[in-house]
Ligand binder design. Structure first.
Ligand SMILES: N[C@@H](CCC(=O)N[C@@H](CS)C(=O)NCC(=O)O)C(=O)O
Length: 189
């Protein structure tokens, strides 16, 4: 049995929760109080951050995108990267450029900085989703799982009105039990 050191309010941890759920994997979830982190967390991740994914066999893995990629390789079914190499590469680019395409603007708005930059990033997502049904291309995948935690949290926090393509995308995603479960986590925060 694996363990996920996690926090319900953490969107990075949500990435790992979503992928574990998509793969149908059981695990122990250890909820970390981010305002009073246990000192032993730093032994698992010197940065003291969640998520950390740990296996009984000894693997201790921080960093949400690394955890997602590991789970995808270790448990290939159901596949969460498209079969097409170019689509996979573009999906990985979404994850690689997350800070630029959404994260930095999200956290700036959370610090109370003007919303304009965040609105611009949502407009960028809308343009991408007008062109293709998923961030990872023609099929749902890790890029979508990698962005949706911030969309779910941003809707409530910033009262964002999604463009039609992004709203449709979110509706399609929400039909997936893994995303519906995360929506419930966010609703209960
Ligand atoms: N790059 C990390 C970021 C993880 C992260 O920032 N987690 C936050 C909670 S959402 C955290 O643990 N913050 C505590 C800190 O930064 O000291 C990842 O992708 O896993």
């Amino acid at each position: 049995m694996a363990t996920l050191y996690t926090a319900e309010r953490c969107p990075y941890a949500a990435r790992a929760r979503i992928v574990l759920a998509e793969k149908g994997l059981s695990y122990d979830a250890v909820e970390i109080d981010l305002d009073d982190r246990p000192s032993w967390l730093y032994e698992k991740n010197p940065l003291g951050r969640v998520p950390v994914y740990e296996e009984d066999e000894g693997l201790v893995l921080p960093e949400s995108s690394v955890i997602m990629e590991y789970l995808e390789e270790r448990y290939p079914e159901p596949a969460l990267w498209p079969a097409d190499a170019a689509e996979r590469a573009l999906g990985r680019l979404w994850l690689e450029r997350f800070d630029d395409r959404l994260g930095d603007a999200y956290y700036a708005a959370r610090r109370g900085e003007p919303r304009a930059l965040l609105d611009e990033k949502f407009a960028g997502l809308e343009r991408a989703l007008e062109a293709l049904p998923y961030l990872s291309g023609r099929e749902y995948g890790l890029a979508d799982a990698g962005y949706v935690p911030w969309i779910l949290r941003g809707l409530d926090r910033f009262g964002i009105e999604l463009g039609p393509a992004t709203a449709d995308w979110l509706e399609r995603l929400s039909e997936r039990p893994a995303i519906a479960a995360e929506r419930e986590v966010v609703a209960a925060l």
